[in-house]
Design a protein. Structure first.
Length: 88
């Protein structure tokens, strides 16, 4: 139940920061040496179907609101159409 609550919190923070968006939150294992074994990936889409994503290098249950990127960085989070997105 705590994982579901953590995902709900991250979704709410993402909407609060980036507006009325559809949000997907998932926790993935990392096989990259030097990175934490678990990280959280947040993907979101606007009503115009623009896709954005970011990673937080913490397990889902440890993510805090301050870990989310600033709203002003939204353009840097955009996923370019036709570019393979390996994180989500």
């Amino acid at each position: 139940m705590e994982r579901a609550n953590a995902a709900s919190r991250v979704k709410a923070w993402t909407r609060s920061r980036f507006g009325d968006v559809t949000v997907l939150v998932t926790e993935l294992e990392s096989a990259v040496p030097g990175l934490p074994p678990l990280h959280t990936v947040v993907a979101f889409w606007t009503a115009e179907r623009k896709h954005y994503h970011f990673k937080v290098f913490k397990p889902l249950e440890e993510v805090q609101e301050a870990d989310l990127p600033p709203a002003g960085n939204r353009a840097a989070l955009a996923v370019t159409p036709g570019v393979d997105c390996t994180c989500c």
